[in-house]
Design a protein around this ligand. Sequence first.
Ligand SMILES: C[S@@+](CC[C@H](N)C(=O)[O-])C[C@H]1O[C@@H](n2cnc3c(N)ncnc32)[C@H](O)[C@@H]1O
Length: 273
Amino acid sequence: MATPIPDEVGMLYDALIDSASVTMGKNLHFGYWESPDSDLSFDEATDLLTDLLTERLHVGPDSRLLDVGCGVGTPGVRIARLSGAEVTGISVSKEQVERANALARSQTSACRAEFHQANAMELPFPDASFDAVVALESMIHMPDRGQVLREIRRVLRPGGRLALTDFHERTPLPPAHRAVVDVMLKDLMSTMVQVDDYPRLLRTAGFQFTEMRDISEETLRRTFQTLTERAAEMPTEVLDKLDWKSDPKDMIDVAGFGYLLVVAERPRADDRS
Ligand SMILES: C[S@@+](CC[C@H](N)C(=O)[O-])C[C@H]1O[C@@H](n2cnc3c(N)ncnc32)[C@H](O)[C@@H]1O
């Protein structure tokens, strides 16, 4: 899998700004359904995933939260609105940051959220300036997850929490499935981790590991089914312009591909910068 280049990822999301709002909707991440018969719509299920991460961050009106890879601002604005926290979001996509700030401006003044174009590999914030960090499906695009985790630890205060989601290989992929996954990862300029990478990555970056949950069953099948239906409704000229080689339909039955929820804390006794 090729290493993603942040500027190119930013250009990809700039180019996707309208088509992604048709396929993915307002959140650019997978949905979460507690059971196969849950009747949540796709939009509700993607909001639920935001809420599952937020509740693990223990944030309230006195908290400052960083959203790493903020998309068009839907998760950050939701967190600001529902928790009262002051939210700062970053994305490498200029277009996304403009949409995210427009969304923030459309809220009441009680909703404190602002968004900037920045690269998570070099966070433009002082040490210990946030109480919590959320990274919803943005680690998939990072050239070096270890570097981003070190940066996140640096900007978190001791005792501050991180919640993220990421793609992982949950069981070894047979060659036919590996080929399907590789095509999707290439189109998305992303990579996945191995099932046991996170405990080591977090420890090395100076985090205390709190929770790791494989939420593939709750997220993948219905998201890929929804994307398959929505892709079928996209105008051909939009699809031709994207020139993607992958098809969400091919991912529906790839059991070895997985989706992870990870929570960690910067140790309270850690006052290193
Ligand atoms: C799959 S989208 C998720 C967006 C948002 N978290 C959401 O859930 O709606 C991935 C996001 O990560 C951002 N991203 C990718 N690489 C990045 C980097 N190196 N630095 C900052 N943001 C990055 C993209 O621009 C995009 O906003």
